[in-house]
Design a protein around this ligand. Structure first.
Ligand code: ADP
Ligand code: MG
Length: 483
């Protein structure tokens, strides 16, 4: 088979973190009783008038600036007309020919299998969500919940710059991380706060034109995006190889079967009869607002990752883990500030700290998930640094800290975990270990150096792990004589 490459462009819907809906004062919260957060505006009752939610506009500007977009001081809302049971007005208010923002980019770092890529962002626009059809609520019937109708979204449309399904996944991971850093959305994928339409076409390697694409709708997990794209790539490549033509259509992904199925012929924009919404004036944002929002952007994840490498001298891999969420990064920086050993702090955070968060299924974006306070971890690290406890004992102490909320010093004292550094006591354990194992002594003296570790193990057992390893090592060498 000739070599084909995939050409991928993604449309991502991100639900904005607002209290109220896009054009009315109803709550935008997830999970309320069906059809309780509704009013004449989002139900599309005659005569009801939409009013733009300024908080949503501000969040959209922040998201677009984080993506390096140009913000347009004047944009406008249009009606996208179509019929669907979860769309009570018969149209969705969206931005069409004059979007809020255009011309951004997102850098997607590479890995061992893919190069890094700069993906151009075509546009970021505001729109409202539709309601939800519920197929499992009434036996044999479909119900509709309009709580979500009118909830504010941004749609982030990329240029077709991605080439591999795994790159698409990496793009989404970085996009999600960016949105979380910017605090514009909770990006909760189970609740549908981030949904993806994946567009893909196939062409022979070396070609530069674009082939006919299909669009897989409403994917709600990154692994489904990757799988759906891989499936479509194979399917389309086989069609090309057989001399056929790919049909321009919209597909649905069936995760259970691992296949994409045609849903409908691809609609063109003229099918939607877009026109300017007569109820909404143009959206005008002041230059000062854009500049103020820009000035207040937080440090973004990729910049923070670079800074961690430069400022703390940790490996890039560590920096990637430590900046995965804003909260992890904040936690790490607070620990370093107190413990002054950047690499040791990194090992603690990447290891036991995040393990404790993950094991409990806690959210690494939420500061409350970090059960050991940064000062308490620094105290524990100080006990290791001054030789009071070994690294291994420290890990056990950390577990107790997580479980009990007690401090390191307190646990070490109460449970007698401090290392034994008393020379007399250490010498007694060393003597015993040597007397009890004459054969090993002979072999060691005959040149089997590695048996030192065996004796070390014996002393550790006798001391229940508390013998100071450096002193024990010296005493053992003295006692055994160098081989
Ligand atoms: P449509 O009008 O069919 O929705 P758009 O031009 O608006 O198409 O693009 C929608 C998304 O599809 C964008 O993310 C874009 O990058 C991507 N896209 C457009 N053409 C192609 C193509 N030939 N192959 C792959 N992706 C494409
Ligand atoms: Mg589309």
């Amino acid at each position: 088979m000739a070599a084909y490459e995939a050409v991928i462009g993604l449309e991502v819907h991100v639900q904005l973190r607002t209290d109220q809906k896009m054009f009315c004062a109803d709550s935008a919260a997830f999970g309320a009783e069906p059809n309780t957060n509704v009013c004449p505006v989002c139900l599309g009752l005659p005569g009801a008038l939409p009013v733009v939610n300024g908080v949503a506009v501000e969040l959209a500007i922040r998201a677009a600036l984080g993506l390096g977009c140009r913000i347009h001081e004047t944009s406008s809302f249009s009606r996208k007309n179509y019929f669907y049971p979860d769309l009570p007005k018969g149209y969705q208010i969206s931005q069409f020919d004059r979007p809020l923002a255009t011309d951004g980019f997102l850098n997607v770092p590479g890995d061992d299998q893919a190069e890094s890529r700069r993906v151009r962002i075509r546009r970021v626009h505001l729109e409202e969500d539709a309601g939800k059809s519920l197929h499992d609520r009434l036996p044999g019937a479909t119900a509709v919940d309009l709580n979500r109708a009118g909830v504010p979204l941004i749609e982030i449309v990329s240029e077709p710059d991605l080439r591999l399904p795994r790159e698409a996944r990496a793009y989404l991971q970085h996009l999600k991380q960016l949105m979380e850093y910017l605090d514009v959305s909770d990006c909760n994928m189970e609740e549908g706060s981030l949904r993806v339409d994946a567009n893909v076409s196939v062409r022979r390697e070396g070609e530069t034109g674009l082939g006919v694409k299909t669009e897989v709708k409403n994917l709600n997990s990154f692994s489904n995006v990757e799988r759906a794209l891989a499936f479509e790539f194979e399917r389309q490549a086989a069609i090309h190889e057989a001399g056929g033509c790919v049909v321009h259509q919209t597909m649905l992904w069936d995760a259970g079967r691992g296949e994409a199925r045609p849903m409908r012929a691809k609609e063109e924009s003229h099918d939607y009869r877009y026109f300017a919404d007569p109820d909404l004036p143009p959206l005008v944002v002041a230059r000062e607002q854009i500049e103020a929002t820009y000035g207040a952007l937080p440090e973004l994840p990729q910049a923070r990752r670079r800074r961690f490498v430069e400022q703390y001298g940790v490996p890039d891999y560590d920096a990637g883990v430590l900046t995965a969420t804003r909260t992890i990064g904040d936690y790490y920086e607070a620990v370093v500030g107190r413990a002054h050993d950047a690499k040791a702090a990194s090992n603690w955070v990447m290891g036991p700290v995040l393990q404790a968060v993950n094991e409990r299924g806690l959210d690494p974006r939420d500061p409350r998930s970090f059960l050991v306070e940064t000062a308490a971890l620094a105290e524990l690290m100080a006990l290791v640094a001054d030789g009071t406890i070994s690294q291994n004992v420290a890990k056990q102490v950390f577990q107790r800290m997580v479980e009990s909320g007690r401090g390191a010093q307190q646990i070490v004292e109460a449970e007698g975990l401090a290392q034994v550094r008393d020379a007399g006591q250490l010498a007694r354990w060393v003597d015993e270990a040597v007397l009890e194992n004459p054969k090993e002594v002979e072999r060691y003296r005959a040149g089997e150096d590695r048996l030192l570790a065996f004796f070390m193990g014996q002393v550790m057992r006798k001391s229940r792990g508390k013998a100071d390893p450096r002193q024990t090592n010296e005493l053992l060498r003295e006692k055994l004589g160098t081989s």
